[in-house]
Design a protein around this ligand. Structure first.
Ligand SMILES: C[S@@+](CC[C@H](N)C(=O)[O-])C[C@H]1O[C@@H](n2cnc3c(N)ncnc32)[C@H](O)[C@@H]1O
Length: 463
């Protein structure tokens, strides 16, 4: 535990607001209440489920994807569901918490702060359009850490300065889903803003870190997750957990990560275990099959907020705690956005804190899985090996040998042989899939595999 991180109560914050529209005194904070939630870009309701477990109630949800709405209708029969956000005139006036895990591509198009408020070019602009009409006391945004780099930080600048312009205090922190005992490495930015309270009492009141950032073990002792669709520029890799479940892939359809088991088998997990790896009950996304193929469930799960992360936020919104005494320094406009920051009225500061607010011991990945796995196919395995043979990556000792041994044990399907012949004729390596992500490279240290966080780069793909 970092000695600087103590649980001492900090003095009541002195709010000296540089905002254009100053929020009311912090004394009228709505913290501690159970919120009436309007969920925008609800997906399959990861945020809403987690929040509801702490007593907050979704009044309205907004989602325009047919498989996602099938899931929401099945699980939230009493909540009003609206389709396209661009056709949502306003949110219920009783809303005290507005949530939005918005598609972040739009931020890059939104341009300037005035652009985001003034035009409909970015979907996050729709969030602020609704906030301008009804100044919701609390707003929770969720997105990928890539948001911090998007447009060299311009996207975050838009969010921060829009909140400031509207008179909101804001705070954000990257949080890893493994903090909550899920064997999935999934880092997400949670940004909370309020015009009545102090968002730091939610985001910066818990700290279990820095948790040892190296998870080390031997390939023959622990299951390792990796993206078999990658392997040239990088490899999504996680020790005793799976790399981030994704809403998209270079294959066009989201593909599940593979797991190299200690036995040497290379397997793909069942979609129901993917739901569990996000903290959802088994078959949560099954209603999507009424309107789409079973495969569509992967995208929905990959796009979702991990339920326990939302539950932690819900718990702190209901029961805020004093802000920890943390190391901070001024954050200057134009400099790189840190992994955590706030502006509660006395300027922007960058905050030193881990991505682990709590630490729930996870089950080992192999023991976590409840459903039958299937073997990674001959074609997928040979494609992965073809890519890695062209790559200049360092893989852990024994990893490529294990994959080759898996290939040797696999049977090609007749269609695989045809595919191989065709590609050989064209002089191409037999590959399957492509890669868009450049990510954590596993490296070897002292005969151990470690997840080297210095090399972790977030996926270029955005939800
Ligand atoms: C990153 S996902 C959010 C996932 C959600 N937080 C969850 O836990 O499942 C973004 C969602 O925005 C939805 N979306 C995109 N454009 C939209 C629009 N114009 N109106 C409403 N929803 C939209 C997508 O279908 C997708 O489900």
């Amino acid at each position: 535990m970092n000695a600087l991180l103590t649980k001492e109560r900090s003095a009541a914050p002195q709010i000296d607001l540089p905002f254009e529209a100053a929020p009311p005194s912090i004394a009228v904070s709505t913290l501690g209440q159970r919120h009436l939630v309007t969920g925008l870009f609800s997906g399959i309701g990861g945020l809403e489920v987690g929040l509801s477990r702490q007593g907050h109630r979704a009044e309205l949800m907004c989602e325009n994807d047919a498989p996602a709405t099938a899931v929401l209708n099945a699980h939230f029969p009493k909540t009003h569901l609206h389709g396209d956000i661009r056709e949502l005139d306003e949110i219920p006036s009783a809303t005290t918490l507005l949530t939005a895990g918005f598609p972040c591509q739009d931020l890059s198009q939104a341009g300037t702060t005035s652009g985001i408020l003034g035009s409909r070019s970015g979907l996050v602009g729709e969030v602020f359009r609704l906030v301008e009409k009804h100044k919701t006391p609390w707003i929770l945004l969720e997105n990928v850490p890539f948001m911090l780099q998007l447009g060299r930080g311009a996207a975050m600048e838009i969010l921060a300065s829009t909140f400031e312009k509207l008179g909101y205090r804001w705070a954000y922190r990257i949080v890893d889903a493994r903090s909550f005992g899920l064997p999935q490495r999934r880092r997400r930015v949670y940004m909370l803003a309020s015009n009545v309270g102090d968002p730091r009492e939610v985001l910066f009141a818990d700290e279990a870190g820095p948790v040892e950032s190296y998870f080390e073990s031997r390939l023959d002792a622990v299951a390792c997750g990796f993206y078999w669709t990658e392997g040239i520029r990088g490899l999504g890799w996680a020790v005793d957990s799976i790399p981030t479940l994704k809403g998209g892939s270079g294959l066009g359809i989201p593909s599940p990560p593979a797991i190299l088991l200690p036995s040497g088998a290379v397997v793909l997990i069942d979609v129901r275990d993917a739901e569990r790896l996000q903290g959802f009950p088994v078959d949560w996304t099954e209603p999507a099959e009424a309107v789409a193929k079973r495969g569509s469930r992967w995208k929905l799960i990959g796009n979702a907020v991990s339920v326990p992360a939302a539950e932690w936020l819900g718990q702190r919104l209901a029961n805020p705690k004093a802000v920890l005494a943390l190391n901070t320094k001024p954050h200057h406009r134009g400099s790189q956005w840190p992994t955590a920051a706030w502006n509660v009225g006395d300027g922007r500061v960058s905050v030193s804190i881990s991505e682990w607010p709590v630490y729930v011991q996870p089950k080992p990945l192999e023991a976590f899985l409840q459903f039958d796995t299937r073997s990674l196919s001959y074609r997928a395995t040979s494609g992965f090996l073809a890519r890695t043979s062209r790559a200049s990556l360092r893989f852990p000792e024994g990893f490529i040998e294990s994959i080759k041994a898996h290939l040797a044990r696999s049977e090609p399907l007749p269609s695989d042989a045809n595919q191989h012949r065709l590609k050989s004729k064209r002089g191409e390596a037999a590959t399957h899939g492509s890669e868009k992500d450049a990510r954590a490279l596993p490296v070897r240290q002292n005969n151990r595999i470690v997840e080297d966080r210095r090399q972790i780069r977030e996926p270029l793909a955005v939800p």
